[in-house]
Ligand binder design. Structure first.
Ligand code: FAD
Length: 467
């Protein structure tokens, strides 16, 4: 793409713009550096300009002007995505949605909001209004936006009960603006939502969301210690499948990661113990404790009895990709994978991978409801040595029946199902005919002939041209 930035700026008069290169670069990054592979590929990536619209009308003005001048536009919520999702590979304009952060309506079982609202703030408002909260949120709820979660995330805290974002009913409605000469505003519901959900903003800008709400409880954070990691895994699986217990989070992390990486909780943790990280509804507590005692789990931390919690992060900030973050802070050579252990036989698969890879790949599981079945998804840490070894670890998982969603790739397909998503592709042709939205992220659009079976990494030519 070559474009006249000054002409674009003139057309955006009155809209908040930033072109200071250092500040633009800051807003052109996300948590891509979790991956040593992406760190090497994307470290120089930057946009030319950040625009911060205050409402949908300004989004429409920005998109129409960018279309006219053929300037790439990469949307951004809070930039907490992990795979360079929000990074402008072909330079251009970063569309910062953070100022569109109003909660518009709170109703029984649903909330309507602008995309830039931080999820913890959304929960604060719905809780105060009527004792309700989002069904699920990523562990970055305190920093990430609802629009970024829908466009880039998959699931998180609450997924043990409600499944993932992809599950019908977990997003109710999205308003989306297209990238055309005269941008259209579309309202998507039902199956149509899949056109833009987890599409990295490549085929439309989300300007309003309607999400389902559930009852908000005073969730109790609990850590349960086990001397043997597989005992922790079996316990977590049993908990997840105990239909009468209400939990919002079930994760397991293998020793020695908890005692080494969970610094604020160190005083509660026993040396050599693996832990289950849990959020339990208060009304389930007696039943939960009875089950835990029978399974010989040792409750080492309870937020409702621990006393002074100053400086102690919530349990969900030990889980999901916060586990990796805590590891990275202590040991910068840590990276991670995203794996799945399909049921049935999931526990045996986990045991096999644990035996095979040992402490080179410290175990971390997140238990979620997947197609109605409680399923462990893995976010194992990896003590990184070389890219070749990382590829081998991925291959070992796949050979043992554990699919990998590769977090060391910046494209939708390679990080996901390794195939074209026909629905998202068709919508991109319709909603972004010039291919200006977040270029380089959807292989099927950039290179329709790309052969996924070769296992070759896709290299976006625009990335080279832009650096
Ligand atoms: P961004 O990173 O800014 O954007 C994400 C993607 O959405 C980008 O492709 C961007 O272009 C696009 N986008 C943003 N806003 C819009 C919009 N309005 N319209 C169209 N496209 C848009 N993810 C999970 O799913 N579950 C987790 O539990 C989880 N835990 C994490 C923990 C840590 C420590 C970190 C660093 C990341 C984690 N993530 C997790 C990934 C990420 O935090 C979430 O996906 C988060 O919801 C992204 O929100 P954001 O506002 O930062 O989005």
């Amino acid at each position: 793409f070559s474009f006249d930035l000054d002409a674009l700026k003139r057309d955006l008069d009155g809209i908040e713009l930033e072109d200071n290169p250092a500040l633009v670069k800051q807003k052109s990054r996300d948590f891509f550096w979790y991956s040593p592979v992406l760190k090497a590929q994307l470290d120089d990536v930057t946009g030319d300009l950040v625009a911060t619209p205050k409402d949908e009308a300004e989004v429409i003005r920005i998109l129409a002007a960018a279309y006219r001048h053929e300037v790439p536009v990469t949307p951004r919520g809070a930039g907490t995505g992990n795979y360079g999702q929000a990074m402008p590979l072909s330079r251009g304009l970063v569309l910062n949605l953070a100022a569109m952060n109003k909660v518009k309506a709170i109703l029984p079982g649903r909330v309507v909001a602008e995309p830039g609202v931080i999820m913890a703030e959304l929960d604060r408002q719905t809780r105060a209004h009527s004792g309700q909260e989002l069904r699920l949120h990523p562990s970055t709820a305190n920093t990430a936006t609802i629009g970024g979660f829908i466009a880039g995330g998959s699931g998180g805290v609450g997924s043990i009960r409600w499944g993932g974002l992809r599950d019908l009913g977990n997003v109710l409605r999205l308003r989306v603006v297209t990238m055309e000469a005269e941008p259209r505003v579309l309202e998507l519901t039902g199956w149509e939502l899949h056109k833009v959900m987890h599409a990295y903003g490549t085929n439309g800008i989300i300007t309003e969301v309607e999400m389902p709400l559930t009852a908000a409880y005073d969730w109790v954070d609990i850590l349960v210690g086990f001397d043997d990691y597989m005992a922790a895994v079996r316990y977590a699986d049993l908990l997840g499948n105990s239909d009468g217990l209400l939990l919002k989070e079930i994760a397991t992390v293998a020793a020695p990661a908890p005692e080494t990486y969970f610094l604020r909780h160190q005083k509660f943790l026993k040396k050599g113990q693996s832990v289950a990280i849990l959020m339990v509804a208060p009304q389930s507590m007696d039943a939960f404790l009875a089950l835990t005692a029978r399974e010989k789990g040792e409750v080492v931390f309870r937020s409702d009895t621990a006393g002074d919690l100053k400086g102690i992060p919530p349990n969900f900030e030990l889980a999901w990709n916060h586990t990796t973050l805590r590891g990275l802070r202590i040991d910068p050579a840590i990276t991670y994978l995203q794996t799945m252990y399909p049921v049935p036989g999931h526990v045996a698969k986990i045991e096999r991978m644990t035996t095979l890879l040992g402490d080179e790949v410290p175990g971390h599981l997140e238990f979620v409801r997947f197609d109605g079945k409680i399923t462990p998804m893995g976010l194992p840490m990896v003590r990184y040595t070389t890219e070749a070894r990382l590829e081998e670890i991925i291959r070992l998982h796949e050979e043992n029946g554990c699919p990998v969603f590769n977090p060391h790739r910046y494209t939708l397909e390679e990080g996901g199902m390794k195939q074209t998503d026909a629905v998202q592709l068709a919508f991109k042709h319709e909603a972004d005919p010039k291919g200006l939205l977040n270029p380089g992220k959807m292989i099927a659009f950039e290179d329709p002939g790309f052969d996924f079976s070769t296992q070759k990494t896709y290299l976006f030519p625009g990335l080279k041209a832009a650096s």
